[in-house]
Write a protein that binds this ligand. Sequence first.
Ligand code: SF4
Length: 228
Amino acid sequence: MSELTMLIDTTNGVMLLEHSHLSADVLDKFAAIAGEGKECGCARPLDVIPAPITPDIQTEEARVRIAGYYHNSLVEGPGRRSSALFQFCPLSCKGCWVPHLHSPDSGQLVSVTTLAEKLLDPSFERDGVSILGGEPFAQSESLLALVKELRRAGCKHILCYTGYTLETLARQAETQPAIGEVLADIDMLIDGPYVVALAGGAGAWTGSGNQRVIDLCETRRTGRIVLY
Ligand code: SF4
């Protein structure tokens, strides 16, 4: 059966269309009425703002390598999100649709303080910040510094994506304490690699059906994995 979900963002007038199994003919007819669309999704938004230039970075200041950031995402967690795209991913999920985020040499090193300021720009509405990539936990010290800075600046809800499972991250935390500190602080985790064969079973915020949306607050409180 074909399904079509249409969402009009009243903040910026953008129409978000999610569909399954609609024929090319139907989509062409839709485009004739509503205009040509652009494909977007988790980690592949319509417009990425380049990494902020921070020429006055102090050597001791925490920095993170990112590809950019953006606001008004409705597909990367609950509500409206401001999102950061971390550069670099050591995983090689077959069919990954953001291969330009894999290299550790691309993107730009930016001050964590500057990035947090940009993500929390008061001229944009948001329900929280999402951190994705790339693999955010591959820069665990920088990720922790960003999470701390976002909290210090009053960010109430932080969600991280990862290609690792929570169980794998918990093991990595035994030798990389920053990973454990991030998991002890953030509100939600969307975990697991992208599995192209399961892409059809993806949820609203995930790329494939194996990925879990984990409520980390409840998980910490109950001591067992609680899905959102
Ligand atoms: S973890 Fe994400 S960015 Fe990395 S290869 Fe898999 S899908 Fe791509």
